[in-house]
Design a protein around this ligand. Structure first.
Ligand code: SF4
Ligand SMILES: [Zn+2]
Ligand SMILES: [Zn+2]
Length: 313
């Protein structure tokens, strides 16, 4: 197989795009595609101050490096869950990338604020670790935007993540989640920052290739709590479909985005209100009741409100 651009031996064959590239031309192809996505869906504007949610994995670190290469001045934010070696190694990889690209990263230590790691926080809340983790991460990522003057939170979710989540939502008809997924989400001024996912249309394999060719040292291990997650099963099923019909995942997710756009236009035409949002009395974060989940968790441990970050870089 030869590179479509220069004719040298190809290092990556992209069956879903019916093409193949050498390392150099794959980088060009990948960056051009992500830039097109950013423009087409208006993910990052001229006056934006973005911050990247980094985990130490290939997706978020690749996004961080990509943005820097494209001239976007983006800092990072990391939530240290306090999961032994997994968290320690993740943080090392993040700091190495921060040094390489000359950007700073805000680090939130769950154990410093809650007095225990995520697994014990979850136990006390009678939730599974992923549920407590999701709640704290969403809160902290938003907090760094509000407190440190960023207006846009970027995450490294890729096509496989989105296709698997969509598949699960359709399979069980989880209507409450189904139409909430989007490539970008609007802000609520003073409460919630805007969010966007520039790798939404890039497969996991493409992002991994981008990371490896770019020499990004990322953590290969998954979080220990990811084991047995349904999304891993869905990714496997979708991967089999992709093998026999290349391009299926991309078609599935792009088709969803198109339906979503039409649906939003219809809702706007019908003047459907997005519903009154309530905000936490202590911190101002959107909440279902008087206090948000984060503040309720602190109260449960009889701790005062706190959301401090260590700054690195
Ligand atoms: S797998 Fe780990 S990082 Fe992911 S949501 Fe669960 S606890 Fe958090
Ligand atoms: Zn080439
Ligand atoms: Zn709150």
């Amino acid at each position: 197989m030869k590179c479509k651009i220069c004719g040298q031996t190809a290092s990556i064959n992209l069956r879903s795009h019916k093409t193949a590239f050498c390392d150099t031309h794959f980088l060009t192809f990948f960056e051009k595609r992500v830039n097109t996505t950013i423009r087409r869906y208006k993910l990052i504007g001229d006056g934006d101050r973005p911050v990247v949610a980094v985990s130490g994995g290939k997706d978020s670190l690749s996004l961080w490096v990509f943005l820097t290469r494209m001239g976007y001045a983006a800092d990072g934010v990391y939530v240290n869950l306090g999961i032994g070696d997994y968290s320690r190694v993740s943080l090392e990889k993040i700091k190495a990338v921060a040094d390489r690209i000359g950007r700073k990263v805000f680090i939130f230590h769950v154990a410093d604020v809650f007095g225990r790691g995520i697994s014990d926080v979850a136990k006390a809340l009678r939730r599974v670790p992923c549920s407590a983790c999701g709640m704290i991460k969403r809160y902290v990522m938003n907090r760094v935007c509000m407190d440190k003057g960023y207006n846009l939170l970027l995450t490294g979710h890729n096509l496989d993540d989105e296709a698997a989540a969509l598949f699960g939502n359709v399979l069980y008809w989880k209507k409450e989640y189904l139409w909430r997924k989007d490539i970008s989400l609007d802000e609520r001024e003073g409460h919630l920052s805007r969010k966007a996912k520039p790798f939404f249309l890039c497969s996991e394999r493409e992002v991994a290739a981008y990371a490896i060719i770019s020499g990004i040292d990322y953590i290969y291990e998954e979080c220990p709590y990811a084991k047995g997650a349904k999304t891993i099963l869905y990714k496997g099923i979708l991967g089999k479909l992709e093998e026999t019909s290349p391009g299926t995942k991309l078609m599935f997710v792009k088709g969803y985005l198109k339906e979503l756009t039409e649906m939003k236009a219809l809702n706007q035409r019908d003047g459907e209100a997005s519903g009154e949002m309530q905000y936490c009395a202590t911190c101002g974060y959107p909440s279902g009741g008087e206090e948000c989940g984060y503040c309720r968790t602190l109260q449960k441990f009889e701790l005062p409100y706190s959301a401090g970050f260590e700054e690195y870089g």
